[in-house]
Design a protein. Sequence first.
Length: 341
Amino acid sequence: MIGHEKLHEETVMAAKREKTSTLELLNFLLQVEDRRTFAVVGYDSMFTYVRDGLGYSSAQASERVAAMRLLRKVPEVADGLKDGSHTLTSVAKLASHVRRENLDRVAATSLVLETANQTTESLEKYLLGMAQVEPPKVERSKIISAELTRLTIDVEEEFMNLVKRVRELRGNPALPLSEVFRHAMKEEIRKREPKAPREMKAGQVKDDANETVAEDEVRLPESELKQSGGSGVEFQSLKRSRYISMRDRAKTHSRANGECEYFHPQTGKRCGSGFGLQMEHVVPFAKGGVNTAENLRAYCPAHNQLSAVVEYGTEKMQGFHRLKKSPTSVPIRARIAGGEA
Ligand SMILES: [Zn+2]
């Protein structure tokens, strides 16, 4: 058996190694996000990648993702993690403060430097004292038996008024909160869930323009990007209809079973995210791809974006993202074309 001094020495060394590996992990995560590796290998976000792909709990995953993003903004975080003046937990807490308060690099850096060597508790108090924006309400869910989970949330007066109104409308002033939520959530899901495929007779397909526009808004404006190339052939794409029939839409959704169809070619790992599914062309619309179910896939936003990057390159996509929020504003073409010069 080794002596106490030796044991202590080796434990100190192990702790040092642990700190170095935390930093190493964060540096890897930076690259995984920058290069969109998480999407390539089949995950819909950095959070899902860290939780499901790397096997951390939800809390651990959000801590690591938050810390990684602060490390990107403030490289000094690396020194803090290395010398132990900051921990993963303290960096994650600083990260959410920086994001909430929308601090710039300079302000974030001085915050990191002045909060070195604080315990989690005193750091929390310090940040509360500095906060201009009210910190988010705490939400907890705790499994209390095989069938039951206990939720704890803080709500505003307006929320309780909504609850009261639902109870009135349902004619039961004592309707349990869980029932109120259940009804509300079912209603939300009913409204948002992609429609189940319906049998349609030939010629019954109606030109529901609204529905098409809704999903095309988030799609890459392929015709516009192409147009900046200036070739006459590409103008053709403007004349073709982007309309996707209800039948093809329904067929795609039913094949996808409400889950993102992206899979990593090497591992076969399917994304399966049910979040914000969009129609994606296998052969891009601008390259003559047709609007039939065989040429359509249901993709989550991360994978829609990934295939656009693969198709058009990061630069154009960055231009596109800057413009995405105002799809109707006039200077779009000019700016995309400018970005290409
Ligand atoms: Zn996906």
